[in-house]
Write a protein that binds this ligand. Structure first.
Ligand code: IDP
Length: 141
């Protein structure tokens, strides 16, 4: 399997719950490596630009407001099949549908406050990583 990079965001609800370490620990235990990370307080504009793909969706305003409601931890994860592996660790978007043992099943409260974001394709991952990180901030092995 190819070594990939993916963007992870620990959302404001999970940061508020003091779950940063627990969530990063799950990535590491699954063989993913944190090769860049930083804590940010997104503005509505930062969140809106990041989620521009969802602009036409009815929940866009709510999503941007939530993502700028408190600090987040953005990270780049690297490893074999990192994109799908991270999505598997996260679980379904709605925590009610998330499989037991996934991050969203264990830490998320609702479909909007759902603890984590993870890129959904290689193309998206490259764009999302460049949205938050410069090359000098990424430390691959
Ligand atoms: P994903 O985060 O599992 O990839 P997407 O469909 O890409 O899910 O949606 C992006 C984010 O938008 C979700 O993580 C969730 O926070 C929010 N979202 C998606 N659908 C709804 C909804 O129906 N109501 C409120 N928020 C939603």
């Amino acid at each position: 399997m190819a070594v990939e990079r993916t963007l992870s965001i620990i959302k404001p609800d999970a940061v508020q719950k003091n779950a940063i370490g627990a969530i990063l620990g799950r990535f590491e235990a699954a063989g993913l490596r944190v090769i860049a990370t930083k804590m940010l307080y997104l503005s509505q504009e930062d969140a809106g630009g990041f989620y521009a793909v969802h602009k036409a969706r009815p929940f866009y305003g709510e999503l941007c407001a939530f993502m700028s409601s408190g600090p987040v931890l953005v990270s780049v994860l690297e490893g074999e099949g990192a994109i799908l592996k991270n999505r598997d660790l996260m679980g379904a978007t709605n925590p009610k549908d998330a499989a037991p043992g996934t991050i969203r099943a264990d830490f998320a409260d609702s479909i909007d406050a759902n603890a984590v974001h993870g890129s959904d394709s290689a193309e998206t991952a490259a764009w999302e990583i460049s949205y938050f990180f410069s090359q000098r901030e990424i430390f691959s092995r």
